[in-house]
Design a protein around this ligand. Sequence first.
Ligand code: 13P
Ligand code: SF4
Length: 308
Amino acid sequence: MTTTAVDPRVELAERIARLKQQRRAVILAHNYQLGEVQDIADFVGDSLELSRRATQVEADVIIFCGVMFMAETAKLLNPQRTVLIPDPLAGCPMCDMAPVEAVRKRKAELPGVPVVAYVNTTAAVKAEADICCTSANAVKIVNGLPDKRLLFLPDRNLGHWVQRHTDKEIILWDGYCPTHQRITARDVKRLKAEHPNAVVIVHPECTPDVIDLADEVLSTGQMLRWARESHAKEVIVGTEIGLIHRLRQENPEKTFYPISELTTCPNMKRITLEKVVWALEDMQYEVTVPADVAEKARRAIERMLEVV
Ligand code: 13P
Ligand code: SF4
């Protein structure tokens, strides 16, 4: 007698759907999540879209499939709701490159200079900032400020990209994303030689020499929109590998070449279907932000959401 193997992901997805109803939970996922995690989410988006979506939640519980700073942002915007992250070790090394003590010290050296914090920061650092930004709105946020000089943290590459689009003086912080740092200009040139008709789109967390070779520099949400609207049939993509899942799903007639298969964010990949099940079953791991930090950090995020 032969038995047909059942894909364990189907069973896990069914369990998640049942538990989600019982718990009155909603699942938010970042574009870099594993494909199967994206597929069970109620909403998948970039950092800005997820922050916006977090302000519209009606469920009792938010399961946040992403990294800790994103789950913290969802908590800041939903102080009355329970926010759970399926793996509390899903951090962001770029965040860790801007410890709050070092940020306070730098601020003291730059009196009167406003601080623009990329959302890839801890809640404690957001509480030190005048306003937050994401990769989708950084240029607009900076240009919307009245000041001529500002401290931008923690991503030196995003800060460098913003500097190309403003007359203001951007004081950089020396942080970077180790995942996007792996994308090299040599890889881009090799792929361009292999696929001469392809358009190159890259994330602004890439290094300036990679950005110099790109046709478009876009956040992950902007990449998805661009891919839907563009006539390009072949696209070379410079960002975390998880985005390829949605790009291919939404544009089956187009071909997407990741610049490097090595471009994976190990922290994003810590979230699995099993861990989502356990999060719902055991109501773990709760994301909390101390009240005094939360109040100031929320202000910096809300200011960003008021602008764009
Ligand atoms: P976006 O989804 O906002 O483009 O951000 C990418 C990222 O690296 C988040 O950590
Ligand atoms: Fe942080 Fe980079 Fe991972 Fe985004 S892709 S969460 S910036 S390490």
